[in-house]
Design a protein around this ligand. Structure first.
Ligand code: HAM
Length: 446
C-alpha cells in the first residue's frame, strides 16, 4: 500500500484522558503551585528535606510494606512486566514485576536503607510530593492518578513528642493554606503482641463471629483476613453492631497506653485540637500505635484529606536495621477541592500588563518593554500580531489585565508611554523608568 493510501484510511481520532486521570489546568494549577510552595516553606521550618523517589518500584516492595491482604495490594495496583533486557538482573528474574507507586512510604523506607541514612544524625526527616496510582472506582475526590504531599520521620528515639510535632506541622500547613473546617482524629492501635493488638484482634474476631449473620460480605471476609478493618465499615446497618464491639483502648499494653497518653499531652502542649476515634484503624498494614486522619469540609463522602501514623518496624521488614518511623500523606486533589469550595468565585489568573502596540517601530519598543517588565516580575501579554486599538483593549480585559500599556508612533517618538488602568479607564503618560517605578509601587500596595 502506498503511503498516501495508508494515510487516507487513518481516520482522525479524538483522544480523551483515561478514566480516573485528568488534566490539571490553569488557573487551577496556580493554586496547586501555591499550596506546594507553602508545603516547601512550612516543612523546611520543621527541619525536613525533600526526597524524590522514583514513580515505579518492584511490586514486592509495596506488597511487603503495605500488606498482601490490603485493598491497595490485592486489587488496586498498576503492575507490569519489567522489560526485555535479559542481561539486566532486575529484568531477567522470572515472575518479577514492577508497580506504579500506590503510596510513597515504602519507597522512602527503601531509600533510607539503600542510602545508609541510619548513619546520618537521627531522626531523618523527609517530605515528598507527586503522583500516586491506585485502580479505585473513580468519584469526586477519588482518582486513579492522584497526588500526595507526604512527610516521614525515620530513626531517632521512642518519643511521643515526635508524633505530636509531626501533627503540629501538618496542622500549621493546613492553616497556612487557609483550609476550612479541618478535624483531626487520632487513635492508638497498639503493637503486634499477644498482650496488645494481637490479643485485641483475637477478642474482636470472637465478637464478630458471634454476630456474623448480621454482617455484610466485606466484613464477613475481614473476620478472617483483617478484623480491624471491620471498624472502618461505612455500611448503615453495621454501625450499631460495630458500636458494641470491644474497643482497643481497653486492650493496649502498658507501654502503648503510656505512649498514647503522652502523645495527647504533647498535642495539648502545642495547642493542637484533636478528637479521639477508637474506630480509626487505617487501611495499610504497617501501622502501629499512633494513627490519625484529617477531614475537611466540602468533600462529600471522600472527606479524608490526610492520613498517617506510626510504623516502627517497617524499615526492619524491608531489610534495614530496627528503626522507628512515623509519617502522613495529604491527598492534594482533595485539599484543592476543599480550598476551591471555600473560596468560590476566586479571581481568575490575569495579567499585570497587556501591551497594545501599533506600528513597526512601536513593536520593537514593545518587545523590549515586555522583556524589562517580565524581568521586574510582572506578567505581561504581548500580542504576536498587530491589533486594532479597540480589539487590543477588548483582549486586554478578557485576559483580566490590570493595565494596558499603549505604544504607538507618538509614544515612541516622545518617550512618554500611555498606561491605562482597566478598572476605571483612567490614563496617564509616563517615561519608561517612571512607569516601571509606578507599577512597582502599585503592585506592592495591592
Ligand atoms: P492513605 O490513607 O492511603 O495513606 O492516603 C493518604 C491520603 O491520600 C488520603 O487521606 C487521601 O486524601 C489521599 N488519597 C488516597 N487515595 C486517593 C485516591 N484514589 N484519590 C484521591 N486521593 C486519594 C497513605 O498513602 C500512607 N502512605 C500515608 C502515610 C505516610 N502513612 C505514614 N506515612
Amino acid at each position: 500500500m502506498s503511503e498516501g493510501a495508508a494515510k487516507k484510511e487513518e481516520k482522525p481520532r479524538k483522544f480523551q484522558a483515561i478514566r480516573g486521570t485528568r488534566d490539571l489546568l490553569p488557573p487551577e494549577t496556580a493554586l496547586w503551585n501555591r499550596v506546594e510552595q507553602t508545603a516547601h516553606e512550612v516543612f523546611v521550618t520543621f527541619g525536613f528535606g525533600e526526597i524524590r523517589p522514583p514513580i515505579f518500584e518492584l511490586t514486592e516492595l509495596f506488597a511487603r510494606a503495605v500488606g498482601g491482604d490490603t485493598d491497595i495490594v490485592s486489587k488496586e495496583m498498576y503492575t507490569f512486566a519489567p522489560g526485555y533486557d535479559p542481561n539486566s538482573e532486575e529484568e531477567s528474574v522470572p515472575g518479577r514485576t514492577l508497580t506504579l507507586r500506590p503510596e510513597a512510604t515504602a519507597s522512602v523506607c527503601r531509600a533510607y536503607i539503600e542510602h545508609n541514612m541510619q548513619q546520618l544524625p537521627q531522626p531523618v526527616k523527609l517530605y515528598y510530593m507527586g503522583p500516586m496510582f491506585r485502580r479505585e472506582r473513580p468519584q469526586k475526590g477519588r482518582y486513579r492518578q492522584f497526588y500526595q504531599i507526604g512527610a516521614e520521620i525515620l530513626g531517632g528515639p521512642d518519643a511521643p513528642a515526635i508524633d505530636a510535632e509531626l501533627i503540629e506541622m501538618l496542622m500549621t500547613f493546613f492553616e497556612r493554606c487557609g483550609l476550612q473546617g479541618t478535624e483531626l482524629s487520632i487513635n492508638s492501635i497498639g503493637h503486634a503482641a499477644d498482650n496488645c493488638r494481637r490479643g485485641y484482634v483475637a477478642k474482636l474476631r470472637e465478637a464478630l463471629t458471634k454476630v456474623k449473620d448480621h454482617l455484610g460480605r466485606d466484613s464477613l471476609r475481614r473476620i478472617e483476613t483483617n478484623p480491624l478493618r471491620v471498624l472502618d465499615s461505612k455500611l448503615e446497618h453495621e454501625q450499631a453492631i460495630v458500636e458494641k464491639l470491644p474497643r482497643i483502648a481497653d486492650h493496649l499494653c502498658e507501654d502503648c497506653k503510656t505512649h498514647y497518653a503522652a502523645v495527647k499531652r504533647e498535642l495539648e502542649l502545642r495547642g493542637v485540637i484533636y478528637r479521639e476515634n477508637w474506630r480509626l484503624v487505617r487501611g495499610l498494614d504497617y501501622y502501629m500505635r499512633t494513627t490519625f486522619e484529617i477531614t475537611a469540609q466540602g468533600l462529600g463522602s471522600q472527606n479524608a484529606v490526610c492520613g498517617g501514623g506510626r510504623y516502627d518496624g517497617l524499615v526492619e521488614l524491608l531489610g534495614g536495621p530496627p528503626t522507628k518511623g512515623i509519617g502522613f500523606a495529604i491527598g492534594e486533589d482533595r485539599l484543592m477541592l476543599s480550598l476551591q469550595e471555600s473560596a468560590k468565585g476566586a479571581a481568575p489568573q490575569g495579567r499585570d500588563v497587556y501591551i497594545a502596540w501599533m506600528g513597526e517601530r512601536a513593536y520593537a519598543t514593545a518587545t523590549r518593554a515586555a522583556k524589562d517588565l517580565r524581568k521586574a516580575g510582572f506578567s505581561v501579554e504581548l500580542p504576536p500580531t498587530e491589533l486594532k486599538f479597540g480589539k487590543a483593549l477588548e483582549r486586554a480585559s478578557k485576559l483580566a489585565s490590570r493595565f494596558a500599556l499603549i505604544l504607538g508612533d507618538n509614544e515612541v517618538a516622545d518617550g512618554q508611554w500611555t498606561l491605562k488602568t482597566l478598572a476605571d479607564g483612567s490614563q496617564q503618560k509616563l517615561a519608561e523608568q517612571a512607569l516601571l517605578e509606578y507599577l512597582r509601587t502599585v503592585s506592592a500596595g495591592s
